[in-house]
Design a protein around this ligand. Structure first.
Ligand code: DAH
Length: 392
């Protein structure tokens, strides 16, 4: 048989871009790859052959891109693109296949003259054609919701069921929204209760415009009231930051769900009923709640909510010893709440003589820790799959 000239193929321009023309062009190109590969007997030749076809600069496939894909009219681009992609995959596969056939041939005694890299290349490669279909497939495990997100979604869905909608706000917040409009006046000592991470180099700005990492989700209340007239019922889930050193119960990053209901005639009993229902839904119907006087600048009166200890059923003792989870008190403190301070309404143009409302805020990790019996808040953030997969 006359020996075909090895490199006679060149990528043709296409007259039309119809299916049959493309079929023919693709078949010719693949046949050319095959024909050229027949003349190869050494690794070095294979490399030249590979570069001729695959070189990014001016390899034949790069030319296919130019002459077929780029030249195709708009309406054929999609189809030509698909064909070219398939073609590239085939050629890649074919060229790799040719290499593995080459290197698995019995040695011809030429080894001595080969360079180090040739010898490296000539190591028998795993035969890409040897496919054992009896092997089990590759298992690709599905991910799962992170326990913090899972708990946050659970809390949110309790309130969605009560007719609340979800609002979100920025994690980088201004001093105004994080503090001032929530009735924390500048330099007020109440600000010290929230160790704040400020963004550097903002001294040139007026204090209320300076940026910080929000220390709570309460600023979303103000943003929501700023854009919506009452009545309003919202929950605001999200990430917050405090300048706290990490330990078993503290983390500089954590999550909160904030709630706000404003309407006419909302009373403290509405607040109590709502939170009692929410705690029972989250922790079980036998859980009791109690409201303890507290202080937050944006609510008056304010309260901390405690739930009866879910470990000792509120007894304070478990297995004949003091319950460690509630420090033998029978109660666990869980969240803050109160009636919206009328001062807050003046920042958002709500008429404090006509509306009233309540607000609450809870830490998501704290609730997840209790629900799942997690010993250390840091575990939520370490990304250890052995820990996380238990919640999948
Ligand atoms: N923002 C408070 C905090 O991070 C939590 C809180 C307490 C939110 C009472 C409220 C509230 O809306 O009424 O400590």
């Amino acid at each position: 048989m006359p020996k075909e000239k090895a490199s006679s193929y060149s990528v043709p321009k296409l007259g039309t871009f119809t299916g049959p023309t493309l079929d023919k062009a693709v078949a010719k190109l693949l046949a050319a790859v095959d024909a050229e590969s027949k003349h190869l007997s050494q690794e070095r030749e294979w490399k030249d052959f590979r570069d001729r076809w695959l070189s990014r600069n001016n390899g034949l496939l790069a030319q296919v891109n130019e002459l077929w894909l780029k030249a195709a009219p708009k309406e054929s681009k999609r189809e030509v693109g698909q064909r070219v992609n398939e073609l590239k995959k085939k050629v890649d596969y074919q060229i790799e296949d040719i290499r593995s056939r080459l290197v698995s041939r019995p040695s011809t005694g030429e080894e001595a003259g080969k360079s180090e890299s040739d010898r490296e290349m000539s190591k028998p490669a795993p035969d890409s054609r040897a496919l054992d279909i009896t092997l089990p497939g590759i298992e690709r495990p599905l991910g799962a919701e992170h326990p913090v997100i899972k708990t946050m979604n659970e809390i949110v869905s309790v309130f969605r069921g009560l007719g609340y909608s979800v609002e979100e706000g920025p994690e980088i917040e201004t001093d105004y929204y994080n503090f001032e409009a929530l009735n924390f006046p500048p330099n007020h000592p109440a600000r010290d209760t929230q160790d704040t991470l400020f963004i550097a180099d903002q001294d040139h700005k007026p204090p209320r415009e300076r940026l910080l990492l929000r220390t709570h989700t309460s600023p979303v209340q103000i943003r929501a009231m700023g854009k919506t007239k009452p009545p309003l019922r919202i929950v605001c889930p999200g990430k917050v930051h405090r300048n706290d050193a990490p330990d078993a119960t503290h983390s500089p990053i954590f999550h909160q769900v904030e709630g706000l209901a404003v309407d006419t005639n909302i009373t403290f009993s509405d607040l109590k009923g709502t939170l009692d229902y929410a705690m029972k839904t989250l922790f079980g119907s036998s859980v009791k709640t109690r409201f303890y006087p507290s202080f937050f600048p944006f609510t008056e009166p304010s309260a901390d909510v405690q739930i009866s200890c879910i470990f000792c059923n509120g007894a304070g003792r478990r297995d004949g010893a003091a319950c460690r989870n509630c420090k033998a008190s029978g109660w666990i403190e869980l969240l803050g709440c109160g009636m919206v301070d009328p001062n807050v309404y003046s920042f958002v143009d709500y008429d404090a003589t006509k509306v009233s409302g309540f607000a609450f805020g809870m830490g998501v990790e704290r609730i997840a820790i209790l629900k799942y019996g997690v010993g250390d808040i840091q575990m939520f953030f370490q990304g250890d799959v052995r820990f996380l997969q238990q919640f999948a």
